[in-house]
Design a protein around this ligand. Structure first.
Ligand code: ADP
Ligand code: ZN
Ligand code: ZN
Length: 676
């Protein structure tokens, strides 16, 4: 009796195809197809796998093969080019195909919940036949926007674009109109639009729904309920959803007919997945576009050095929007306040206080940006030198006044606030530094009549509370907002005309070579919150004040003139001389164990296993800068190469050897790490 043999992959690190027999009885009813999900015996369990190949006979003794249990036939086969995308990601990021493909499939499908699947599919049927036509009332594009849209539409194949324009220059409008034209041009085509953060999806979703009231739009992000994920994912797979909106994981959406990919705020570190499959959604977006021979638009006011360098070398095309789209909504003026020469009041310089007061008098809003939550970052005893160190991490515990406790922001450990120094009994404990809570308190003292609101991870931990907070800002109930990076991105506050940046200097001295690039992007982004609309008080009324101890630093000097290009050239020259990305390629092997010696020893053994060193630089294994988190000690081994293919080639030989190594050290490999 002859069987069909199906080749199946599972969500396991075992990087090969498993052969199963497809019983003739089953084949009479329905033939299997590549891309279908299938339930088979796997070890002692039943497991869902993905069919990646079908053949007449196996190289394994067929009598030893097990039979397929059932075929998940409700779900249409996943597209071949989607499997190729997963295969590429798996190879590039050193995982198995199954580890990439299966987790991208909704749980309810992997668990083969037939009923739920049939329900979800039925709901999609009804929507058939809708036309994704756009609303007619939309702004007429400015010349630079028009040029950008034409370039995207006339690319005729794979074409990576860097859409470079300050906040408010009309990038979103380009996304919308390019989407519209793409949908009009080709029947059934789909457009994928990605944003870096979940918090930004509702806003974009609203713009897209307003513009395309008829089109079926599917969102994909990590906070969807399982039934919504199932419904949206099936909508994408069946081609029903014409516009796909999502965070980084949306790059693995199984869209059968993509015609355009847009990556908004392409420089944002959130596009890098930092656990499990550590991929860059932006990089995969470019790969996917080249695979499908379609345009990809990378939008940013501060493009990543990687993308900018590719513009310089002519691999990507720059589309530039030189000014803000709304007439008179000029960029805010930026000034630096040298805090070394000022008597500070609750962390605020006299100039900043005066500027806030002027805004209050005019009924306009101010935003204070500070990347540090809690009340004070550290408590200390001046008598004996005790500091509030976390017992489980190499970090300080942060003083949280409202909850009356010390909290570690790395491992979550909490302790009551000591009344006296735990070491020497001194009752006069000091608080060092200022977090958002302390700034909020200071603002309430300085401006008792003003509405002050704090927005950070602590104040918005309840579901819906961030949205409520943002709405109260929009409604004008709030005069002064103080918050972390959470409020730096995207939000369009029309009445906001002053942005104060408090204590951004730590990034200047970070061990992380990307800290400067990030701070600059953050400053431009938070500055972009001011002056979004033309103000009655005069075109140039909005301002950004940066409090710093190092006003002469080139980063701030470039920020003064909103001059990304000036700063990016400085950074690129530095990177080039240090052979850092984008002039070199990296892979990072990280290990953690109870004792740092164990982690280091593992890395040293791993280092010795590197098969060859031609064109490869292997650095010494070192403890991480944040060495200990939650009682685990962490070390890393950085591998570099001037050539991406050389590095990939070596990893492909080396990583399987690591997987075969017996160890109880937890380790992972990351290709193109963004934090080292
Ligand atoms: P970005 O995405 O670059 O921050 P947006 O596309 O959101 O910029 O545009 C900023 C503002 O300018 C929005 O209110 C938008 O409606 C408006 N806008 C964009 N393009 C035009 C245009 N061509 N004419 C008039 N207003 C425009
Ligand atoms: Zn003490
Ligand atoms: Zn801790």
């Amino acid at each position: 009796m002859s069987y069909l043999i199906v080749q199946v992959v599972f969500d396991t690190p075992l990087d090969f195809y498993f052969d199963y027999r497809y019983p003739p009885a089953l084949a009479d009813e329905r033939k299997p197809h590549v891309g279908q999900l299938i339930v088979v015996p796997f070890g002692r369990r039943e497991e869902t796998g993905l069919i990646v190949g079908i053949k007449d006979h196996s190289d394994v003794d067929e009598s030893k093969l097990k039979d397929v249990i059932s075929l998940c036939q409700e779900v249409p086969p996943l597209p071949k080019d989607w499997i190729d995308l997963c295969r590429f990601a798996a190879r590039y990021y050193q995982r198995s195909l199954g580890e990439v493909a299966l987790p991208a499939v909704p749980k309810k499908i992997r668990q083969h919940k037939k009923l739920a699947i049939k329900r979800a599919l039925k709901a999609l049927e009804k929507k058939d036949g809708e036309i994704p036509g756009a609303k007619v009332d939309k702004p007429e594009l400015h010349q630079a926007q028009q040029k950008a849209v034409s370039a995207i539409m006339n690319s005729g194949g794979f074409a990576p674009f860097v859409l470079y324009g300050v906040t408010g220059s009309g990038k979103t409008e380009i996304y919308l109109q390019a989407t519209e034209q793409t949908l009009e041009k080709t029947p059934d085509v789909q457009v994928l639009i990605m944003v870096p953060e979940i918090n930004l999806t509702p806003q974009l979703e609203k713009s897209v729904r307003d513009r395309f009231p008829q089109a079926s739009i599917a969102t994909l992000h990590s906070r969807l309920t399982e039934s919504d994920r199932l419904k949206n994912w099936l909508g994408i797979l069946t081609g029903n959803a014409r516009i796909i909106l999502g965070t980084r994981l949306a790059i693995l959406a199984p869209a059968p007919k993509l015609g355009l990919i847009i990556v908004d705020e392409e420089h944002d570190p959130s596009y890098k997945q930092q656990e499990g499959l550590r991929y860059s959604a932006r990089d995969l977006a470019v790969w996917r576009a080249s695979q499908l021979k379609i345009p990809v638009v990378l939008g940013s006011a501060t493009p990543s050095l990687e993308s900018w360098q590719r513009v310089l070398t002519g691999h990507y095309t720059k589309l530039e929007l030189p000014e803000r789209a709304v007439k008179d909504a000029l960029l805010p003026s930026i000034s630096l306040i040298d805090t070394t020469r000022q008597a500070m009041n609750n962390g605020l310089s006299p100039e900043l206080v005066a500027a806030i007061r002027r805004r209050l008098e005019k009924g306009e809003q101010s935003l204070l940006f500070l990347n540090r939550r809690g009340y004070a970052p550290v408590m200390t005893c001046e008598a004996c030198g005790w500091v509030s160190a976390c017992t489980r991490c190499s970090a300080y515990m942060v003083y949280h006044k409202a909850h009356r406790l010390l909290r570690c922001h790395h491992c979550g450990l909490e302790r009551p606030i000591p009344r006296v120094c735990p070491d020497c009994g001194n009752a006069d404990l000091q608080m060092l530094g200022r977090g958002t809570q302390r700034i909020e308190e200071g603002l309430k003292i300085c401006f008792p009549e003003a509405g002050v609101l704090r927005i950070d991870a602590d104040s918005t931990s309840k579901k819906g509370s961030l949205l409520a907070a943002l709405q109260s800002v929009h409604r004008g109930e709030i005069d002064i907002v103080v918050g972390t990076q959470m409020i730096a991105k995207g939000h369009d506050f029309r009445n906001l005309t002053l942005v104060g940046v408090l204590n951004p200097d730590t990034a200047l001295f970070s061990h992380d070579y990307r800290a400067g690039e990030r701070l600059f992007a953050q400053l431009m982004q938070v500055a972009g919150r001011a002056g979004r609309s033309s103000q009655k008080t005069g075109a140039n009324a909005s301002e950004v004040l940066i409090q710093t101890r190092y006003p002469a630093h080139p980063l701030y000097q470039a920020a003064l003139s909103h001059n990304y290009e000036k700063y990016v050239n400085v950074l690129l020259a530095e990177r080039k001389s240090a052979r850092l990305p984008p002039f070199g390629y990296q892979a990072l092997l990280s290990a953690e164990a109870r004792k740092i010696e164990t982690a280091l020893a593992f890395l040293q053994e791993a280092s010795a296993l590197v098969p060859y060193r031609d064109g490869i630089v292997i650095n010494e294994a070192v403890p991480m800068a944040m060495m200990r988190i939650a009682n685990m000690e962490r070390a890393q081994l950085l591998i570099e190469s001037a050539s991406r293919p050389d590095l990939q080639h070596m990893l492909r030989e080396w990583v399987p050897q690591l997987r075969n190594k017996r160890t109880n050290v937890r380790w992972h490999i990351e290709v193109d790490p963004i934090a080292i």
